[in-house]
Design a protein around this ligand. Structure first.
Ligand code: HEM
Length: 468
């Protein structure tokens, strides 16, 4: 029996331009962002062909919400998920709904507000350290700084490792190859290509080995009580819940995979948008200096002229929440380029979606990027406009229209964590440095988006000007 759905007035369409045998797969692999934007106007549910297989692409916020919250008819699966799955094992992001609920309950305490006192101290320390070596007038390649920064933060917060730990350095060094390798394999049409002994494949295999060994080493050290992690971090939580080593391994790799590339690319894009708008960047800098404790914001003198204390005063979630403009920069960045821009589900029981009968096994494609660029929801969607997020402007926006972290029971477990670290990084960096595209052949506004596992800003070279 087909389960009916509430939505009766949705428009369905068939995507134009399918190639014989290959269908729409080449368009999706070659230049997906313009292709997705072109489909938004076609209908609320658009049928595509991926090779011989029929798939549907969800284009309306209501249907997006329906697919992600109806766990009786839709579950993890589909072409994108199937490619990612081997790297994630049975971690939180990949398990089917029946197992997922228990896992989510076990891991949720690592993301409670109480945990953020420690997280914020690490985030601040790492952001300050990452930019400490920058020199006035130098040109940096942003992702080369953003990736190690975010990798170090997540490794330190989840393992309670200290900043000098070899595990932290090893993950930060291996992660770019690990992440790029996953991205390459997700786009690669033939598995055989992934096995060839090319330089890139060798680097990827080495990175996989390093990440696996570091994670297993951290789990082993915690079991034997050899490390210093006494806090209630992710490893302690999982050991207390009786997880096996294999289960712990999959959860940690899932956190690293879900939490590094997504946040690092968002930070890169946020810095890119600030570099294009000096007035906005100056306003973010002023706000950071007014809100954050002196040493964090680059303001070294205190109002009364005394020297700042040696130990920084604790930073709280409330402080970061008061960074209203920096938060709007991050919100607009994640609208414009939502890191998790494309993912999928599979139909698990016959269902009707927007009047279309879907059989079990039908891939359902979801793109926050597509929803976030619908002109009927976001006027002038190609304009980066932080004022969209002023309360009076976004009051009328349907709640489901903004989905950078997904929705429903599989909504990103690290949403507050990610928003906090990216906002803090943007504010601290902007308060100390003005970033500017270097002169050269690439026009200021053109930084090519590379939609792989996440949407990378590459190459993003920016010149540093100290605000000191
Ligand atoms: C800008 C940063 C981030 C973005 C845009 C993002 C986006 C998302 C999205 C869209 C999902 C849902 C995917 C789906 O429904 O199939 C998700 C799930 C997940 N994310 Fe994030 N994420 C970010 C940062 C993080 C961080 C920092 C962590 C960990 C510290 C994390 C860990 C996870 C995990 C474990 C899941 C699976 C949740 C579940 O199935 O219960 N993410 N993320």
């Amino acid at each position: 029996m087909t389960a009916p759905t509430a939505a009766a007035s949705h428009r369905t369409a068939r995507a134009p331009g399918a190639l014989p045998l290959l269908g729409h797969a080449p368009a999706l692999v070659r230049d997906p962002l313009p292709f997705l934007r072109s489909l938004a106007g076609q209908g609320d549910l658009v049928e595509l062909r991926l090779g011989p297989k029929r798939a549907v692409l969800v284009c309306s916020p209501e249907l997006f919400h329906q697919v992600l919250t109806d766990t009786r008819h839709f579950d993890k699966g589909g072409p994108l998920f199937d490619k990612l799955r081997p790297f994630l094992g049975d971690g939180l992001g990949s398990t089917p709904h029946d197992v997922h609920r228990r896992q989510r309950r076990q891991l949720q305490p690592a993301f409670r507000p109480e945990a953020f006192t420690r997280y914020l101290a690490v985030m601040r320390e790492e952001v300050l350290a990452a930019s400490a070596g920058w020199r006035d007038g130098a040109v940096i390649e942003v992702e080369q700084h953003a990736y190690p920064l975010i990798a170090r933060i997540i490794t330190r917060t989840m393992f309670s490792a200290d900043g000098s730990s070899a595990a932290v350095a090893a993950i930060a060094a291996a992660y770019p190859d690990f992440h790029q390798g996953i991205g390459r394999q997700m786009r690669s049409p033939f598995r055989l290509l992934d096995r060839l002994p090319t330089r890139a494949n060798r680097r990827f295999r080495r990175a996989c080995r390093v990440v696996g060994q570091v994670v297993d080493g951290a789990i082993d050290a915690r079991r034997r009580g050899r490390d210093t992690g006494t806090e209630r971090d992710l490893l302690t939580l999982m050991a207390g819940e009786g997880l096996t080593d294999r289960e712990m391994h999959d959860q940690v790799v899932t956190m690293l995979t879900g939490g590094i590339g997504t946040s690092a690319s968002a930070l890169g894009w946020a810095l890119h948008f600030l570099s294009r708008d000096e007035v906005l960047a100056d306003a973010v800098a002023r706000e950071a200096r007014a809100v954050l404790p002196p040493d964090t914001s680059g303001r070294t003198d205190r109002d009364d002229g005394s020297r700042p204390p040696a130990a920084l005063p604790p930073l709280t979630l409330a402080d970061v929440n008061r960074l209203d403009l920096a938060r709007r920069v991050v919100a607009e960045t994640l609208r414009y380029y939502p890191s998790a821009w494309f993912y999928s589900r599979t139909v698990t029981a016959p269902v009707e979606l927007a009047g279309e009968h879907l059989r079990p096994g039908t891939p359902v494609l979801l793109s926050p990027y597509l929803v976030h660029h619908r002109p009927d929801l976001y006027p002038e969607p190609e304009l980066f406009d932080v004022d969209r997020w002023l309360p009076e402007r976004h009051a009328g926006l349907p709640r489901q229209a903004y989905v950078p972290f997904g929705t429903g029971s599989r909504k990103c477990i690290g949403d507050v964590y990610a928003l906090t670290e990216i906002t803090l990084a943007v504010a601290v960096i902007a308060s100390r440095w003005r970033l500017e595209p270097p002169p050269g052949p690439v026009p200021r506004h053109l930084v090519e988006p590379r939609p792989w596992t996440v949407i990378h800003p590459a190459p993003l070279r920016l010149r540093l000007h100290s605000r000191a």
